[in-house]
Design a protein around this ligand. Sequence first.
Ligand code: 3PG
Length: 544
Amino acid sequence: MMCGWESLFVWHSLFMTKPVVLIAEELSPATVEALGPDFEIVNVDGTDRPALLSALGSADAILVRSATQVDAEAIAAAPQLKVVARAGVGLDNVDIKAATAAGVMVVNAPTSNVISAAELAIGHIFSLARFIPDANASLKNGEWKRSKYTGVELYEKTIAIVGLGRIGTLVAQRLANFGANLIGYDPYVTPARAEQIGVKLASLEEVMQQADFITIHIPKTPETTGLIGAKEFAMAKENLRIVNCSRGGIIDEAALYDALSSKKIAGAGLDVFVNEPPKDSPLLTLDNIVVTPHLGASTDEAQEKAGISVAKSVRLALAGDLVPDAVNVAGGNIDASVKPGISLMERMGQVLFGLSGGNASAIEVEVRGEIAAHDVSVLKLAGLKGFFQNAVTEQVSYVNAPLMAEQRGIEVRLSTDANSDEYRNVTTIKAILADGSVASVSGTVIGPKHLQKIVAINGYQVELAMAEHFVYMLYTDRPGIVAIYGKAFADKGINIAAMQIAREQKGGKALSVITVDSKVSDEVLEQVRVAIEAEKLLAIDVNL
Ligand code: 3PG
C-alpha cells in the first residue's frame, strides 16, 4: 500500500510533471527550501490580476501574504487547486467559504508573526510618545528643535489594549515593565484571564474615556469594522495616542482624520489602512500621525517562520494529508495509532457508496478498540470523503466532504467504543437509506504492514483484503451458484482474486463477495445476475 508521498512520487515519475506551487508574493527564501524539490515553483505577482488568474489555471497550491485577493473568482480559475496557504495570520484576503465549497484547504501560519506584530505596535507607541520619526526627519533637515519634540512617558499612564488574543497578550506582557496602568477591552476574555496578564478588563467606553494610549489587536470582521469612530473619539482624552497595527478600517479613517486634524486627540500610529497602499489618503497629510506600510510581520524572523510553516502545510496538503494549521477542516492533530485507519476508512466509504447507491439519509461511523481513546473525527471525514468520491464530478476533499453531506441533508454521526471483541480496532461505516434499510462495511488494519481488510459487509462476516474491484452478489442459497458465476466470469476473462461466501441459514439468503482483477462491465454483471437469479448484484470499484 502506498502512502500519500509514494503515490505522489509515482504519479510524478509516470507523467514527468510536478505539482505546481504558485508563489504570489515575496516570501522568505526559507519557504522554497522547505518546500523541497518535489514541486514546480511558479512565481507570479498576486496583485497583477490577469497574471494571477492565468497562473492559477495550473496551480495545485498558492502561497500568499496579505496583498493577493484569493476570492471566489480566483478559486474558480483554479480547477486543480488543493490548498491556499497564507504565510501570515490574517485571512481577510482569502474567501474561505468559496475555498471550502471547492474542496480547497486553507492554511495559515497562526503564530509566525505575533512577536513581530507586538513589537511594532510598541514601536508605534514610543514613536508617538517621543516624536521619534518627526525628530529624526527634522534633524536630518538641518534643524535642532529640542523643545518642539518634548514627549510624554508611559510611566503611570493608562494604556488600553483592545483585543487580548495572542498579540494583545504579548503587548501586555512587554508593557508590564513600563509601570503603566494596563486596561483592556475584549468581550471574549474573562476578567481572571485578563488579570493573569496584568490587565484590568474595561468596556469600550471606559477604554475611550480613560486611555492615554490605545493599541488595537483584533481581527477585522463585520462587527469590528469601524469599532472606533466619531462617537468613540468624542469620549477620548485630548492626549490620547492611538495605534493600529491590526487591520485597516477597525478605526474609521474619516473619524480619525477629524479627531487628529481638530486636535481632539494627540496622535495616531498606523501600520494598516482600508486601502493598501493608502494612495491620496488625507491621513498622510497630517503631522500628528506616524505611518508604516503594513510592516507588522516584516521581520526576518517572522517571514522565515511563516514561510517554513506554510511550506510544511503545503507538502502535507498536496500529499493528501490533513494539516494541523488548516482553518477549514477539522481533525488536524492525529494520533499515530489512528493514521493507518484513514486510508482504510476512505476506501470503505467508497465501498459503502457502491453498496448503497449513495442514497443515504444518514451516515454513521463507529470506531471500536484502542484507537477510540484518541480523537478519531478524522475517520469520519475520511469515510465521507470516500463516500462522495464516486458520487460527484467535482473535487472531494476532507474540506468539502462534510459540506456535501450537509447540502444533501445527510446527517453524519460518529460513535466510539473502547471495547472490540475480535480485533484490536475495527471501524464500521453505515448508510441509513431513504427506505430505512441499512448498508454497512466494517474493516480493520492488520500488522506492521497495515494490511487493510474488510471484515463485514451488510452484517455478514467476511474476510477480504481491500481491493480495487469487488462484486457483491445476494441470492438464495442453493448448490451450484459458485460454479455458475465462476464460469460466467471466466468466460469473459475476468480473474477472481479472492472469494467469501456467507449465508443466513441453509437455503436462506446467501452472499458472495469476490474481488476480481479487472473492472466488470454492466453487460457481464447483467448476465451473471440472470444466471444466478440474484436478488442484488453490484460491481464496486475503489480507487487504491
Ligand atoms: C498578518 O495578518 O499576518 C499580518 O498582517 C502580516 O501581513 P503580511 O504577511 O502581508 O505582511
